[in-house]
Design a protein around this ligand. Structure first.
Ligand code: PHE
Length: 452
């Protein structure tokens, strides 16, 4: 049986942008920016996307395209049968399942908000509405709805499922989000929201440099879908004629653009209606988007239409990401265990139905998975991919990078150097900081210890 492949280059790019653009952009990014020093954070974040994100993306692309395999099969084969490297790839496959088990719960919330936007169920009491639906049987049910939508697309295959779906979804997302941003920023009172969002807080950056760096690195990985093997898997369906560096840059630029755009919708809207951020909104996080925005939509003219559009956009963005998560273990079962795509997809959906429901029923578990476990797993995974591409593939990585490349060929050697040296060290450093934080220490404590 011949392996599947993308139909067009645009199809690949849109699918990869679809994977990147998701809850990370519309939900996490605006809040992280606002909380971490506004445009000062944005500058650090952009630098990390450019210096860590894009090279990491290219490392995954190189592994995927060279092997035409899922992460586990790719690393096993390209290392001439090393079981240990195969396990590193398999770690990515497992991470994908863990990731989707929480992502699908949030996806379920969004589907529910989308549906209730039509009748305005949350208008009267947005906070009470959210705390009534966030965890429990209802949350598990909507998680299953979202998961079913995801599986429905993935069953269709690479060309007829993922590529076709993202080709429709991505332009729609850009268009609607752009229109919403124009509308939101032209509301009276929107200026204060922009000020809050983008105000350049240099002092904050200076005083919390390591925290900001860690936050920006985590966000860059998550938003570019790195460290799981999504990009390995998507690139495994490519032929040799893509300019990987060019495609990777386009993907990173579009992804960042959507994040910034989402902030231009969220903050002007909140400030225009509420006048300031207080309580949950100021804290950001899971509830904030839902509670404050739902509240805001109940106060503006045409709120019903606008909220349907808004939650519709987020549903599409979340779906175009969740399909890329499910595709990883599906590709693994199809490639390595000769399973039919249909059976692989249904079997995995059945598994995630349970693991996701556990998150939907247990808030403490959900919090741990969403805010800690996933970050640690992504960082660990990416370190593995970088070391693999840099040291195991080495020169071969460079020739794969150059295949199909135009002028971008010139940066190949610098790229190889970076993924061999500074980037794994940098990521291992952020991993250490996060682990320390988990144990209750800060970088400050550590420095005080090392430098008395
Ligand atoms: N990039 C996606 C988002 O921002 C999340 C994601 C992470 C998707 C890892 C696939 C793999 O929502």
């Amino acid at each position: 049986m011949t392996r599947e492949s993308w139909h067009t280059r645009l199809g690949f790019i849109l699918a990869a942008v679809g994977s990147a653009v998701g809850l990370g952009n519309v939900w996490r990014f605006p809040w992280m920016t606002a909380e971490n020093g506004g445009s000062a954070f944005l500058v650090v974040y952009l630098a990390i996307v450019l210096l860590v994100g894009v090279p990491g993306l290219l490392a995954e692309f190189v592994i995927g395209r060279r092997s035409n395999r899922n992460p586990a099969g790719a690393m096993f084969r390209l290392s001439s049968g090393s079981k240990s490297w195969g396990m590193v790839g398999l770690f990515g496959v497992v991470t994908a399942v863990v990731l989707l088990s929480f992502y699908s719960v949030v996806g379920g919330w969004i589907v529910r908000y989308f549906l209730s936007s039509f009748i305005g169920s949350y208008h009267a009491a947005p906070a009470a509405y959210f705390s009534g639906i966030d965890f429990g049987i209802g949350a598990a049910f909507y998680h299953v709805v979202f998961l079913s939508l995801t599986a429905f697309i993935v069953v269709g295959g690479v060309r007829d499922g993922i590529e076709k779906a993202t080709k429709v979804m991505m332009p729609l997302i850009l268009l609607l989000l752009g229109a919403l941003a124009v509308w939101a920023t032209s509301q009276p009172g929107a200026g204060a929201g922009l000020e809050f969002y983008l105000n350049f807080d240099a002092a904050y950056l200076q005083n919390n440099f390591f925290d900001v760096l860690g936050a920006a690195a985590g966000q860059a990985l998550f938003t570019l879908s790195l460290g799981v093997g999504t990009m390995i898997t998507y690139a495994s369906y490519l032929g040799d004629d893509n300019d990987l560096a060019l495609d990777g840059s386009i993907i990173a630029v579009l992804n960042t653009g959507v994040g910034v755009l989402a902030g231009l919708v969220v903050f002007p809207l909140l400030f225009a209606t509420l006048g300031e951020l207080s309580g949950t909104a100021a804290k950001g996080g899971a509830g904030a988007l839902f509670i404050s925005l739902a509240g805001a939509f109940s106060q503006v003219p045409f709120g019903t239409v606008l909220s349907v559009l808004f939650f519709g956009v987020i549903t599409l963005a979340a779906l175009s990401s969740s399909i890329s998560m499910l595709e990883i273990p599906v590709a693994y079962l199809v490639d390595e265990h000769d399973m039919e795509r249909r059976n692989a997809t249904l079997g995995l959906a059945g598994l995630i139905l349970f693991t996701g429901s556990a998150n939907a029923l247990n808030p403490a578990l959900f919090d741990f998975v969403a805010s800690t476990l996933v970050d640690l797993m992504l960082t660990t995974g990416l370190v593995g991919f970088l070391v693999f591409a840099g040291w195991v593939l080495g020169k071969d990585a460079l020739s794969e990078f150059s295949a199909g490349a135009g002028r971008s060929r010139a940066i190949g050697p610098a790229w190889l150097w970076s993924i061999r040296t500074v980037l794994p060290v940098f990521l291992a450093g952020t991993l250490l900081v996060n682990l320390l934080a988990l144990a209750g220490f800060s970088v400050g404590d550590l420095l005080a210890f090392v430098v008395p």
